[in-house]
Write a protein that binds this ligand. Structure first.
Ligand code: SF4
Length: 249
């Protein structure tokens, strides 16, 4: 599973060195309620990505162990206790996974299980509103949670704790960005591309006809740009055969 590797490398080089970096420790995970919680405006200290501020979210998966060698949390910008008003925000997750099976059904199930975790983390006093269509993730942080000491480290540990319940996941890097000087437009463009790859991959794994012609397929721009999608659809031999036919025309 190397479809997202260029996005991981590009994001890392764009963000540079983090302000803070913590190793994962399960005992430091913030209390998870196991279900969504309503944080009312009057009980909120601020919103990450509130109003018209950037609020970017995306997840990249890789089976290259060198790209996600450890479970860790990275922070670019001020931590929750130092934020006093609505601020731009991004949360990016990089997941190291075991090589996903060649069996399409197994691969599809493994990916769906990872997607499931994405929407099933509920840190107390940290209400997430997610819009997958626009890659937005807005967070309302309660005053009570701040008083109790919530931090990106503890929230990141909660995310990692939930992800690690999936035996296919070998490493998790959770990145929080609150620095107003970061290029959020670039992050949003990456989020959209990542979303296109995920949509295309899901469609292929759901099952597409083997004799479908790329030239008449709506996913062609994504498959042309991202190495590995055509292989996923047709297998290595199928891609070689299609290329040969194309070259001989
Ligand atoms: S490999 Fe070709 S046919 Fe398959 S999804 Fe991509 S563009 Fe469509």
């Amino acid at each position: 599973m190397n479809l997202y590797n260029t996005f991981i490398q590009d994001t890392e080089s764009m963000l540079g060195a983090p302000k803070q970096k913590w190793a994962y420790a399960e005992r430091d995970a913030w209390n998870d309620l196991g279900e969504s919680e309503l944080v009312l405006m009057r009980d909120a200290a601020f919103e990450l990505g509130g109003g018209s501020k950037p609020a970017v979210n995306f997840t990249c998966v890789t089976s290259d162990a060198n790209l996600v060698p450890a479970d860790e949390i990275l922070l670019y910008g001020p931590d929750l206790k130092d934020i006093k008003a609505d601020t731009p925000f991004a949360r990016i997750v990089m997941l190291g996974v075991k090589e996903i099976s060649d069996d399409e059904q197994e691969a599809f199930n493994a990916i769906q299980n990872m997607e499931f975790v994405k929407y099933h983390v509920f840190p107390e006093g940290y209400m997430m509103r997610v819009s997958p269509e626009s890659s937005r993730e807005q967070i309302r942080v309660s005053k009570k949670a701040l008083k109790k000491g919530i931090s990106f480290r503890s929230v990141g540990c909660d995310f990692i704790k939930q992800y690690k319940k999936n035996p296919n996941i070998t490493g998790v890097r959770v990145i929080f960005v609150t620095d107003p000087n970061v290029d959020y437009k670039h992050l949003l463009e990456t989020a959209k591309k990542v979303g296109d790859v995920t949509k295309t991959m899901n469609k292929i794994l759901e099952g597409m006809p083997e004799d479908l012609d790329c030239a008449s397929c709506s996913f062609k721009p994504v498959c042309d740009e991202v190495e590995g999608l055509k292989e996923l659809h047709f297998g290595k031999d199928g891609v070689k055969k299609a290329k040969k036919e194309c070259d001989s025309r």
